[in-house]
Design a protein around this ligand. Structure first.
Ligand SMILES: [Zn+2]
Length: 433
């Protein structure tokens, strides 16, 4: 039974430390995790492909399950195997223990996203063992390097091995499908239909080099700091994209909160633990994160640099750049260090209907709603192949759990019954997709 083994699979995966610091020198565990996944799939008769993406140890695993109608586009089910670092001293349990206690499975990756990897494995194993033929081809992909942006993971694979995803027209993965309790027993399930773009920008100011003790008009450090402060203090205008509007309309209907007035932010603040997440999808952001200039206290350098983390809403790139250029002025140059455009799809069609039906069969009286993720996922890579991407990793959560804070947080954990619920939903969904 898939429900019986999902907790064990997730626990095993958590015990394989796959910390991704972003520094390839410190890599551990991705190969071991990929080998674990491959073995679990091989055991039940899948033909798996193991592949390293761009560097030794960056393990990825692929498997296909043929569907009843090969004429239909395949569904890609992808999940990343790496996790962000965890400091054991801060945790109640060891972050790589995979302990089950108090109704939760604890550990780094419990919600991001070894839970979904385990659910996918459990359902894939059941389908293969029981000879289940899904309506269309399913492509399972278990990936490296999501937590550092995927340049040695999904983006590398899309660039160098696109044939692995041949025929895939739609995809599911993180971050969506989890429940939000709006009132007594009434749950919304948030399905991710969009994510903001990620654009890391390098700024440069140029000036005249000189002695630090003289009167000096043309200082690159001063010019850069002025520009960085203007940008960092700037508030971009609120913009309602379709997915945010649909989400807020649904929440408004369920809670009586009014999101149509002038004080949109005040209304969003009442969403409790979700306020920060949703608030970040109401406008573009540009947060300065790195500064670099000079080499000696008494030498004015001829240039200075800064890096700004920009997150841009769908449809806003050109307007965003115009606004940035106005703030920076003519003397600051800028270039994109990383530029991954936003992803957005509509909340309609057969796949959405199948997600909705699978959730409602397991949680009658619930409601599915679209929403936009403020961060980035591997969907950005697969979107480049024209694949329609959704965040759908179903989980039923207790009403008081601050789910958003568990991502990359201390004491990351997932409710065991939520994981079993999610496996049942995923099973139903993949049989009807
Ligand atoms: Zn993730």
């Amino acid at each position: 039974m898939a429900e019986d083994e999902v907790v064990g699979l997730a626990s095993d995966l958590i015990r394989i430390d796959t910390t991704n610091t972003g520094d390839p020198e410190t890599l551990i565990g991705e190969r071991a995790a990929a080998e674990y996944v491959a073995t679990k799939l091989d055991d039940v008769g899948f033909e798996t492909t193991y592949l390293e993406s761009g560097a030794a140890g960056r393990g990825n695993v692929f498997a296909r399950l043929p569907g009843a109608d090969p004429g239909r586009g395949a569904l890609l089910i992808h999940g990343h195997l790496d996790v962000v670092p965890a400091d054991a001293a801060e945790w109640s349990v060891h972050p790589f223990s995979g302990t089950v206690q108090d109704g939760y499975l604890w550990g780094r990756g419990a919600v991001d996203m070894k839970d979904m990897v385990a659910m996918t494995l459990a359902v894939a194993r059941r389908f293969r063992r029981d000879g289940v033929v899904p309506p269309r081809d399913l492509v399972f992909a278990f990936l490296a390097d999501e937590e550092a942006g995927g340049s040695q993971g999904s983006h590398w694979l899309v660039e160098h091995r696109p044939e692995l995803f041949e025929g895939c027209t739609e995809a599911i993965s993180e971050v969506g499908g989890f429940s939000l309790t709006v009132r007594d027993g009434r749950r919304l399930y948030l399905i991710q239909t969009a994510e903001k773009g990620m654009a890391w920008m390098r700024l440069r100011a140029h000036g005249r080099a000189g002695h630090g003790a003289v009167v000096h008009e043309d200082n690159a450090v001063t010019a850069l700091c002025d520009a960085v402060a203007r940008l960092g203090n700037h508030r971009f205008p609120p913009v309602m994209t379709d997915s945010v509007r649909e989400f807020l309309t649904a929440v408004g209907e369920e809670t009586g909160l009014d999101f149509s007035g002038d004080d949109l932010e005040g209304a969003v603040a009442k969403l409790g633990s979700l306020a920060r997440l949703i608030g970040a999808t109401l406008r573009d952001t540009a947060n300065p994160t790195m500064l670099n200039a000079g080499y000696k206290a008494n030498v004015i350098p001829s240039s200075a640099q800064a890096v700004v983390d920009c997150r841009v809403l769908p449809g806003r790139q050109a307007a965003f750049e115009r606004e940035v250029d106005e703030l920076l002025g003519p003397d600051i140059t800028r270039e994109w260090v990383v530029h991954q455009p936003p992803v957005e799809t509509t909340f309609d069609g057969d796949l959405v209907a199948a997600m909705d039906a699978a959730i409602l069969q397991e949680d009658p009286g619930a409601r599915t709603v679209p929403y936009m993720l403020f961060g980035g996922t591997d969907a950005k890579a697969f979107n480049k192949l024209g694949i329609r991407c959704f965040g759908f990793s179903p989980l039923r959560l207790p009403p008081d759990l601050d789910f958003a804070s568990l991502f990359h947080g201390v004491d990351e954990r997932v409710p065991v019954d939520g994981l079993i619920f999610g496996t049942r939903v995923l099973d139903r969904f993949l049989r009807s997709c």
